[in-house]
Write a protein that binds this ligand. Structure first.
Ligand code: LHQ
Length: 263
């Protein structure tokens, strides 16, 4: 099976690259499994002192693979959305925040849905100047998940978070920088080098101190994260049963605008 997540280590820097460029690195069960395993390995491996998460091709990640999601929902005995989140994305977010090593998201293109949530779970974000961002969930009748409903208001304030979450408008890298969604924006052809340079800088720092700093930040502003992830999954379970959700997903698959009825 072709790896859907490429891994490469250079000194203390481990780079993980989403590798489904033909679907804008949409996330299916295999990517989730491989990312989870890579994070577990990065926890155990003392030679890894900084992690970079990025995407192959023109996207960082378009979020949940909606084709795979529909197929899963239609399969007899499939798990609920709540379980899907709890056993997949939520564990990844918990692992990313729990990893006591810096994680940098190198945002090389569009980041949408839970793809954006994973970028937000990183410690820092560097975006290519041609990257773009959309929460995406409201377009398919869902609630921001993968910790986004916690991280987004924290990073950019509740009013701006509401605007992005309600409208799912796509914003560019300059706007993302202005909002505080990303730390830095660099020319697209310099993203790889800029991300690796920062990662090497951090990998040469006292890793234990950085890890403890991350632990402190987790405790100071993300203390409720795990409870929150469960609550978000509960809200998503409710949203997932609405007619508007089903219409939104159908419209995406059929490549047509959705007609929402508010129910
Ligand atoms: C895709 C996708 C995609 C499959 C582009 N899936 N193929 C998890 C599980 C449980 C419950 C709910 O929540 C979640 C978390 C989530 O992440 S839900 C949100 C899922 N993501 C989205 O709704 C975003 C959907 N994608 C888009 O809105 C657009 O594709 C964006 C804005 C990302 C990019 O737009 P464009 O640059 O115009 O590209 P495109 O739309 O033409 O896409 C290129 C191809 O990638 C296309 O396939 P094709 O065969 O026509 O070339 C898309 O169908 C495919 N693709 N996203 N999520």
């Amino acid at each position: 099976m072709t790896p859907t997540l490429l891994t490469a280590q250079d000194g203390g820097v481990l780079t993980l690259t989403f590798n489904r460029p033909e679907v804008l690195n949409a996330l299916n069960d295999q990517v989730v499994k491989e990312l989870s395993a890579a994070l577990r390995q990065a926890e155990r491996d003392a030679t890894v002192r900084c992690l970079v998460l990025t995407g192959a091709g023109r996207a960082f990640s378009a979020g949940q693979d909606l084709g795979a999601f529909v197929a899963r929902e239609e399969a007899p005995g499939s798990s609920s959305i709540r379980e899907h989140l709890q056993t997949g994305y939520n564990q990844i977010v918990t692992r990313m925040r729990g990893l006591e090593k810096p994680i940098i998201a190198g945002i090389n293109g569009v980041a949408a849905g839970v793809g954006l949530s994973l970028a937000l779970a990183a410690d820092m974000r560097i975006a290519a100047d041609n990257a773009s961002f959309t929460t995406g969930f409201s377009k398919i009748g869902l609630v921001p998940d993968g910790g986004m409903s916690y991280m987004l208001p924290l990073l950019i304030g509740i009013g701006r978070a509401a605007e992005l979450a309600f409208t799912s408008d796509r914003i560019d890298a300059a706007e993302a920088h202005r909002l505080g969604l990303v730390n830095r924006v660099v020319p697209a052809d310099e993203l790889g080098a800029a991300t690796q340079a920062l990662a090497q800088q951090l990998a040469a720092m006292p890793t234990r101190a950085l890890g403890l700093t991350k632990r402190a930040f987790n405790r100071s502003v993300l203390a409720d994260l795990d409870t929150w992830l469960d609550y978000e999954a509960h809200l998503q379970e409710i949203a997932g049963q609405t007619a508007d959700h089903k219409e939104g997903v159908r419209a995406f698959i059929e490549k047509r605008p959705a007609t929402f009825r508010g129910e």
